[in-house]
Design a protein around this ligand. Sequence first.
Ligand code: C2E
Ligand code: CA
Ligand code: CA
Length: 277
Amino acid sequence: AKQEGRNRFSFFSHDLESNIRERHQLETCLRNAIANDELLVHYQPKFDLATKHIVGAEALVRLVGPDGVFISPTEFIPLAEETGLIIKLGKQVLLKACAEAKHWLDMGQVIPVSVNVAVAQFSDPNLANLIEKALTDYQLPAELLELEITETALMIDAAEMQTKLSQLKSLGIKISIDDFGTGYSSLSYLKKFNVDVMKIDMSFVKDMLNNKHDYEIVKTIISLGKSMSLALIAEGVETEEQRLALLELECTMGQGYLLSRPLSADDFNAFLFANEN
Ligand code: C2E
Ligand code: CA
Ligand code: CA
């Protein structure tokens, strides 16, 4: 009867069971990394598309799995959001990024760093305090810190977000809208909220030269951003043709594999000095 019971169980749950086990392993790995402050932060340079000078860097979190291989943030960020671990994760990334940007500054390189902020972090009442303290502790000028927020975060509660954003902006930091064009924006929020930068989502950049639709979307986003005096940066620039096409459309900044992949802190430093910014 025991055997039968087992069979009946595995009959419906084999995949489910292994999914649960994998999820559990990932959660344990993430919890440990956070508890031991072992998350890594990589930095992807942002470039002036015309001069190829580095104009900024995006902090991207990395989790090392049990086998020593990096686990993609697209796998563990959603889990971190579901479990609430995102608050601690976000704090650790923020502190590391501020420390690193201060390090660049001390080496004579004025490179703003941007940090991704998840919806839950953004609604956390403690966010502004946390940022203010980080800027003070690391003696980082506020204008060298930028938060990347998705459109979805801005849509949650317009009134609350407006207060939040002005509170953050009053610290002197910059705000960019990540993955622009992929959310459900009514566009009216762009006017309401005082943001600085629009990041054109890489899904549009990817096919802009072989899909007329995507090209038009990129072009429209650029003219919208320009009309609102926002800075524009294209994500996922992988080819020289894309770089030139974006420049022609007057998008002045970009990041992507063409110019550099995300780099470890050490590699970023080496890259910075090799490029004599
Ligand atoms: P994202 O914010 O849109 O970050 C850009 C992602 O695109 C990064 O993936 C980057 O490595 C990748 N990428 C950069 N250039 C290219 C390119 O030319 N081609 C292609 N195909 N990809 C490119 P990554 O590091 O795997 O991060 C994935 C996502 O995870 C990020 O998307 C962001 O949403 C999230 N994430 C990463 N770090 C953090 C973090 O510290 N906090 C939060 N809340 N989310 C994070
Ligand atoms: Ca981002
Ligand atoms: Ca993005």
